[in-house]
Design a protein around this ligand. Structure first.
Ligand code: PDD
Length: 288
């Protein structure tokens, strides 16, 4: 049980795993990643995560010269070696080893790193009582600068926002885009519930196309909950009956407060817990 890594297919305990100091992922942050988790020991929606990983790296002009079956085989080996009941999975694909220059023709790559560790679920209290969110002063990267749709290892925008939110006692930061509209959480997507209907910012707000977000929108249809993509302002979050965030690791997590102000009744429900339950059932069924 524990933390194991696969570096270009070689599986070792994570503390023994090595990547070159000349790797562009290290020298330039020239890398993309995915975070997955297992349900019943099996990765959830590896297909969708690999599709997004390939889309991200394609935007940067590199990619993996092998198919999904190689990712799947390497990940299966790693999960078997780690033997965790449930795993957190990080897949990192870098352009490869360069010479600390913009001479991309000299880069030998890509480098594919996968790390797994025991999955630590968020505390049950987060779901029972809701979490504290904070609206960050730092704005989400403008899509014409560094498109948030690229899931890149350049996480400084997210780190600045989370540090700011944590400094104010929140666990997750909500970022606005350059136009002042709600974009997304630092590592999550955001939803509001108003009069029984669910809304979330459109991809055009400049956000990551979250895999949990997509599943939640689709599940709402089956649950008879109207769900739409719509421009939201900070005032819409504060005036909502419920606010919740979605991500691979947090699933569907209700908010208790935003910047210290209570949301709705100041306690979760009733819509977010229904969606969470449907999401967990879906995830258990769809982990391969
Ligand atoms: N974060 N938006 C951002 C900026 C994210 O980093 C993430 C994921 C999401 C939600 O995406 P998904 O539902 O596909 O997990 C939205 C992961 C969990 C991370 O950074 O580890």
């Amino acid at each position: 049980m524990g933390l194991f890594a696969s570096v270009n297919g070689n599986v070792v305990p994570a503390e023994q795993a090595c990547v070159s100091v000349l790797d562009n992922g290290f020298t330039f942050g020239d890398a993309v990643y995915e975070t997955l988790r297992t349900y019943g020991g099996r990765p959830f929606h590896l297909d969708r995560h690999l599709e997004r990983l390939r889309a991200s790296s394609a935007r940067l002009g590199f990619g993996a010269p092998f198919g999904d079956e190689v990712f799947t085989r390497r990940l299966d080996e790693l999960l078997a070696r780690a033997g965790n009941e449930e795993s957190y999975i990080r897949i990192i694909l870098t352009r490869g080893e360069g010479d600390i220059s913009y001479r991309f023709d000299r880069v030998k790559g890509p480098t594919l790193v996968m790390v797994v560790k025991p999955f630590e679920p968020p505390p049950e209290r987060d779901y029972a009582e809701g979490i504290a969110l904070g609206i960050a002063g730092v704005r989400r990267n403008h899509p014409r600068a560094l498109d948030p749709a690229i899931k890149s290892c350049n996480l400084l925008n997210n780190i600045l926002a989370v540090r700011e939110a944590q400094g104010r006692g929140a666990v997750e930061a909500i970022l606005l885009n350059d136009a002042g509209e709600v974009a997304e959480g630092a590592s999550s997507n955001v939803f509001v519930v108003k009069n029984g209907a669910v809304a979330t910012p459109p991809l055009a707000a400049g956000i990551l196309s979250g895999i949990t977000r997509r599943v939640v929108i689709d599940l709402c249809r089956g649950l008879g909950i109207p769900a739409r993509e719509d421009t939201l302002l900070a005032a819409d979050l504060l005036a909502a009956d419920e606010v919740f965030i979605t991500s691979t690791t947090k699933e569907v997590a209700p908010a208790r407060t935003i910047d210290g102000k209570p949301i709705g009744a100041g306690k979760p429900g009733p819509v977010a817990p229904r969606i969470l339950q449907a999401y967990r059932e879906y995830a258990r069924r769809h982990a391969r």
